[in-house]
Design a protein around this ligand. Structure first.
Ligand code: SF4
Ligand code: SF4
Length: 75
């Protein structure tokens, strides 16, 4: 399981990128994204570092994001 960045909430500040111990966060042309193959959810640290530093509540567990997407589609 990986965390994901919510495009709607992400302020594109870039603070999370250098904090990731796995270099899983990178910037695309118009967004910040998390590579699910590299994200370990920071299990060895206890809490996800990207969530801790994000000023805009932009990072979520994948299933939460999926739920929000579904709610948007069907709500
Ligand atoms: S949870 Fe940890 S490993 Fe995953 S993207 Fe965030 S900082 Fe990187
Ligand atoms: S710290 Fe939060 S707001 Fe900043 S780029 Fe990362 S996800 Fe987006």
């Amino acid at each position: 399981m990986s965390l994901v960045i919510d495009e709607d909430k992400c302020a594109r500040c870039g603070v999370c990128e250098p904090e990731c111990p796995n270099e899983a966060i990178f910037q695309t042309e118009d967004a910040y994204v998390i590579d699910p193959e590299l994200c370990s959810e920071c299990v060895r640290f206890g809490d996800p570092k990207c969530v801790a530093v994000c000023p805009s509540d932009g990072v979520h567990k994948a299933k939460e994001s999926l739920l929000k997407t579904c709610m948007g589609l069907f709500g």
